[in-house]
Design a protein around this ligand. Structure first.
Ligand code: ADP
Ligand code: MG
Length: 572
């Protein structure tokens, strides 16, 4: 009999739940975002015992009739998009249609809902993904979802929940983020039946900041006046000089109504403060960014926490300049001339490489800002493509493109190519692996061994064939074809580290991606002997990639200096 089996819907939902539902706070996020999408003006969130025992989210939104209430529990059921094209302009918080079935598959779940014109409400009870009852119920228009005993049927995940205090802290932080991003909605948070905070709906963002964090916090901030540049609108409240924290816990970046993790913005913010903050301190506050939804992709993280910007350098620059302007406005009224000169001394080397129409002379470009990822569009037709000029140092290849000079980073490019190949192979279930001449026995530290034994299946689908060999030892029989057989031990340690950093178990996509990322990083670290043929192969393979512009870690693979930039630099 063959080995391949289709997963039952129940198991498939539990696997998907691994991506969407990391912990109680993720349940809160998904449910509250659904309420927001349903047009709720009031949302009440209650939780008990860190959310592991109970999470209840009640809203006064559109509610659902019976048919929709049943349908919304199906996988990929969503009222928010109809086609893949809708994804690029999605204005709702949700769109994947996986949250409710995923949550219902790992909890005892009660949905009570009534549409605004519905005569009665519907109550649906589900345990571990199985519908137990559907009945009439008397409820106010809107929706209430109760999630009891989260992960009761998935002990492996339950084991990974932290203590109640930690999980509660995550929920509170999550609610702060949601409240910051949606000041117009009245939100109430209750813990073990007692109100922790309540923030009335307001159109004034500043009021919401005070409601959430208090007047003392607000006194440490100054206004970032609304500005718009390159279609990027910015506004907010940010640290006064000298007011910072060692972490980013009180720094919120809201991009089109979502609090996001966006390293480009984090860096630009910190760099803009320069020595207006002591070393190691991060600015506080809320930065609101609005931009065309076509300018970024929010479908890159299962919980939509991360976004991929198509032109990160534009946003970085806009943030940097706006914050400099804010700080300088203060400088001109209160600071000595000496400080001003320091603020103004620009790093010319960098700014001249990327001279752009709006870089005004009074603003320095951030000192450690990487070279900007250029406006580089890879042509579709092969005969326009790059001409190889030769190697540059140990790491780069010089290319001539239609629009100018292009440098290719060998390692970043190799990582991208390996990553996409391995990912494709793993998805089709046939990762190429090479058998070791002699199986290799590897002893691991206990904490690493746990990760390896929990992820044997995921490892197998990327080409590692290994089995437990008693205690914390493993017998390795084959490794991914791209790895040198002598590297087995170090490659595995690298993999452990990446797996641990995801905090996730099982073959969910984030786990697979972390694994594949670490294999491709490891395999690309071996150095590159330049040769015309090899260089050509590398370029061709890179251009075949879906995302050729950056390595899986986000570093650029190609940077370009356009002919017009070169002409400008040479004063032609
Ligand atoms: P998504 O949000 O990606 O569409 P979900 O699984 O979170 O997927 O929700 C599925 C559908 O259920 C939503 O598209 C929406 O139509 C409906 N729904 C979920 N929560 C609510 C709610 N609180 N009020 C009204 N409708 C809801
Ligand atoms: Mg949703």
């Amino acid at each position: 009999m063959g080995k391949i089996r289709l997963l039952t819907d129940e198991v498939a939902s539990q696997v998907a739940a691994g991506e969407v539902v990391e912990r109680p706070a993720s349940v809160v996020k998904e449910l509250v975002e659904n309420s927001i999408d349903a047009g709720a003006r009031r949302i009440t969130v209650e939780f008990a015992r860190g959310g592991g025992q109970l999470i209840r989210v009640t809203d006064d939104g559109a509610g659902m009739d019976r048919e929709d209430a049943i349908l919304c529990l199906e996988r990929h059921a969503t009222s928010k998009i109809r086609s893949a094209e809708d994804l690029s302009v999605v204005a709702t918080m949700g769109f994947r249609g996986e949250a409710l079935p995923s949550i219902a598959s790992v909890s005892r779940f009660i949905l009570a809902t009534r549409s605004r014109d519905g005569e009665t409400g519907t109550e649906i009870k589900i345990a571990g993904g199985k519908i137990e009852s559907v009945s009439d119920c008397g409820v106010a228009p809107g929706t209430s979802i109760e999630v009891n005993s989260l992960f009761f049927n998935v002990p492996a995940r339950k084991k990974f929940l932290r203590g109640e205090e930690t999980e509660a802290a995550h929920i509170i932080y999550q609610m702060q983020s949601l409240a910051i991003a949606h000041p117009e909605v009245t939100m109430t948070l209750l813990r073990e039946g007692r109100s922790i905070w309540k923030a009335g709906g307001t159109s004034d963002h500043g009021v919401r900041v005070v409601d959430l964090f208090g007047a003392d916090y607000m006194r440490r901030l100054m206004v970032l006046e609304a500005s718009e540049e390159n279609g990027i609108k910015l506004e907010g409240y940010l640290s006064k000089p000298g007011e910072g924290r060692p972490d980013r816990d009180q720094q919120f970046v809201v991009l089109n109504r979502r609090v996001v993790q966006c390293p480009a913005v984090f860096r630009a913010l910190r760099e803009a403060y320069g020595d207006a903050l002591p070393r190691g301190r991060q600015p506080l506050g809320v930065l609101r960014v609005s931009m065309d939804p076509l300018a970024f992709d929010c479908n890159v993280h299962p919980a939509k926490r991360e976004v991929r910007l198509h032109r990160p350098e534009l946003l970085k620059q806009a943030v940097y300049l706006a914050v400099r302007r804010m700080l300088e406005s203060l400088n001109s009224s209160t600071r000595s001339a000496a400080t001003e000169t320091r603020v103004e001394s620009p790093r010319l080397e960098l700014s001249s490489i990327a001279a752009t129409s709006h870089s005004s002379r009074s603003f320095a470009r951030p000192p450690q800002m990487e070279l900007p990822v250029p406006d580089l569009i890879i042509p579709d037709t092969p005969e326009e493509r790059f001409q190889i000029i030769g190697p540059l140092g140990a790491h780069w290849i010089i290319l001539e493109g239609k629009d100018g000079l292009v440098l290719l980073d060998v390692r970043a490019a190799s990582e991208r190519i390996l990553f996409e190949n391995l990912r494709r192979e793993a998805a089709s279930g046939n990762a190429s692996s090479q058998n070791l001449l002699l199986p290799s026995l590897i002893d691991l530290a206990p904490k690493d061994a746990v990760w390896i034994s929990e992820n044997l299946e995921a490892l197998r689908s990327t080409g590692f064939h290994l089995e437990p060999f008693g205690g914390d030892s493993f017998k390795v029989e084959a490794v991914p074809a791209c790895l040198a057989s002598s590297d087995v031990r170090n490659a595995l340690l690298d993999v452990c580290l990446s797996l641990r950093s995801t905090g996730l178990m099982g073959s969910s996509q984030p786990v697979m991606d972390a694994l594949i990322r670490s294999v491709s990083r490891f395999a690309s670290s071996n150095g590159f002997q330049y040769g015309e043929q090899r260089a050509r192969h590398l370029v061709n393979e890179l251009l075949k990639c879906e995302l050729p512009y950056a390595c899986p870690q986000g570093r650029p693979t190609l940077i370009q200096w356009s002919f017009s930039e070169l002409e400008r630099k040479f004063g032609r």
